[in-house]
Ligand binder design. Structure first.
Ligand code: NAP
Length: 552
């Protein structure tokens, strides 16, 4: 339970805005708020900036959106001057970039590290948020912005005996800061999502033996990572105005690439195969943009899925292993597609074993082994690549209380409810960056982060200029938006998969397709139109109205 906010708010340090998290969203939010002359305090649980890139230090971690696009666009000097070394930047380089941004824009002085926000309570009498932190302090703020990230709450699986294991246990999403050396060790990896698929080939090179425990086989496309040439960097730098415009306005997923002009069934077998082959050779996430109906039409989707299945069969020499690595239970792309370097080929190594834990679920973990299908797999170290309580997990860890003391966890108990993914009715002056109900994880995150931060900043300036104190999603607007998000999701194949988009990876989590799949361009337009119509669907009140409601 939080302390009475009306008491604490009067004595606490006061800010215009408290920002939770100093990843890419929190850093840019702080920068924009300062530009508007607003006071802000950022609380960050890590000891440094970078969010996702601060925590996910596992072997092989790198971004799967190309570096020249996975970067801030708000500063022309920054995007012209920063040198990315590779097509897909490795984690240390992205973290270096985050630190560079923090230094360049002098952000650290307003960021308090090693501090978790524990509670946030809205006081209806003062219209202020009272925020308590893990260092035992309380601050007050007119606004709270949750920049907590969508994939930042690493999830330890509930496997019998896990805590008994005597070897080292690591989670990819919470990797130690010191170097981890698997040389000569028998290592087990549980999980074959993006993190597992990136780390397996690297760990296999170090370990004496690697056992991969796979519950669901994944579709993965080669990254074809390579050093960036000066010519490539210069192309982007010269063309940034168009690249960024396209990513914001036209690309569905915030990535500059060709727009498909036809569906998969519009081409004959040979032509279609050639197109898939060309994209496979080029590598990367845009494999799913060869045709415009791969996410919509199962028959079209099957052509892409079968192409990738054929590739797995070609690459993996042992036919039984190839079969187990071949995804069969969901359409390609409906679980987040993975991008790899030598993932499937790694199973040709003599020191790598694949264990199908769908067919033979893990029975228990002993002091020294993982037991599945009656077999004991002796291990010295265990890597959990088991993912995150995505989109809502980090928000849920904060005790957030809005009007009438109602918690956000209570309100979202049957699934997250937001208007535009930005605000939730009953929680005035509380914003979420890339929250559920916005394109978020379906897009190049930095494009969506910048859009939300800019929108929120414009909104706060508007409120200040118009003498408004509170802003809140109207319930009917929120209901309509939630219905729309759901409706659009069900025009696609995405709900057919047991994915973290659906909350399906967390036992007991409501099965709701959380992000908005309408595309970043249309979504941006909707947000802009809402703002242009005086923040339609939001209830805004000024000092006079607030005083009136307090008095009445
Ligand atoms: P994930 O995609 O959720 O994968 C988790 C894996 O662990 C899945 O194979 C899952 O199996 C398995 N698993 C979960 N709980 C388990 C249990 N109790 N027992 C056995 N297996 C279990 O997590 P992730 O790989 O960390 O990736 C999450 C997201 O982060 C990605 O989809 C991507 O958006 C982002 N990411 C991006 C990059 C990049 O940019 N390159 C890298 C890493 C992550 P099931 O499939 O059966 O649930």
């Amino acid at each position: 339970m939080s302390a009475s906010p009306s008491v604490t708010a009067k004595t606490a340090e006061a800010y215009d805005v408290v920002v939770v998290g100093a990843g890419f969203a929190g850093m840019y939010m702080l920068h924009r708020l300062r530009g508007q002359g607003m006071t802000a305090r950022v609380f960050e649980q890590g000891s440094g900036v970078g969010g996702t890139w601060y925590w996910n230090r596992y072997p092989g971690a790198r971004c799967d959106v190309e570096s020249m696009q996975y970067s801030y666009s708000f500063s022309e000097e920054l995007q012209q001057e920063w040198d990315w070394s590779e097509r897909y930047a490795p984690q240390p380089e992205i973290l270096k970039y985050a630190n560079h941004v923090a230094d360049r824009f002098n952000l650290r002085s307003d960021i308090q590290f090693d501090t978790r926000v524990e509670t946030a309570a809205f006081d209806e009498a003062t219209s202020l948020w009272s925020v308590t932190t893990s260092d035992g302090k309380t601050v007050s703020a007119k606004f709270v912005v949750l920049a907590t990230g969508c994939l930042s709450n690493a999830r330890k699986p509930d496997i019998k005996g896990l805590d008994r294991f005597e070897g080292k246990v690591y989670h990819t999403g919470h990797w130690p800061h010191e170097e981890v050396d698997f040389t000569g060790l028998r290592v087990g990896v549980i999980g074959t999502g993006s993190s597992g698929i990136q780390s397996v080939p690297v760990i296999a090179e170090q370990a004496s033996h690697l056992t991969v425990f796979q519950r669901t086989a994944q579709f993965s496309i080669p990254a074809r990572n390579a050093g960036l040439t000066d010519e490539e960097r210069n192309w982007f730098r010269t063309n940034y105005p168009e690249v960024r415009r396209f990513a914001r306005e036209e690309a569905k997923n915030g990535i500059y690439t060709e727009v498909p002009d036809r569906g998969a069934l519009d081409d004959g077998d040979n032509e279609r195969r050639d197109r898939y082959e060309a994209r496979w050779q080029r590598g990367g996430l845009t494999f799913m943009s060869v045709y415009n109906n791969l996410a919509l039409d199962k028959a079209a989707n099957d052509t892409a899925a079968n192409f990738v299945r054929g590739k797995i069969a070609e690459i993996v020499k042992d036919s039984d292993t190839a079969k187990r690595l071949t995804p069969a239970s969901y359409p390609i792309g409906t679980k987040r597609i993975c991008i790899d370097t030598d993932y499937f080929a790694t199973f040709n190594r003599p020191n790598v074993t694949l264990v199908d834990i769908k067919a033979h679920p893990i029975e228990e973990i002993t002091q020294t082994a993982v037991r599945s299908g009656g077999e004991e797999y002796e291990l010295d170290a265990l890597v959990l690549a088991t993912g995150f309580d995505a989109m809502t997990g980090s928000v849920a860890r904060i005790d957030i209380r809005g009007r009438d003391g109602r918690t956000l966890n209570d309100k979202w108990s049957a699934g997250p409810r937001t208007y535009l993914g930005l605000m939730s009715a009953g929680f005035p002056n509380l914003f979420v960056i890339t929250g559920p109900g916005s394109p978020s994880v379906l897009s190049n995150m930095i494009v969506s982060i910048e859009q939300h931060v800019d929108w929120i900043t414009d909104c706060l300036s508007y409120m200040r200029d118009n003498g408004l104190d509170t802003m809140e999603a109207a319930t009917d607007a929120e209901d309509k938006w939630v219905a729309h998000v759901n409706e659009v999701a069900y025009t696609t194949l995405f709900p057919q998969a047991d994915s973290w988009y659906m909350g399906a990876n967390v036992p007991g989590k409501p099965r709701i397709f959380m992000p908005y799949i309408g595309g970043v361009g249309p979504y941006r337009q909707i947000c802009n139109d809402v703002a242009a119509r005086g923040y339609e669907g939001f209830v805004m009140e000024g000092a006079k109205a607030a005083r009136k409601s307090v008095a009445s």
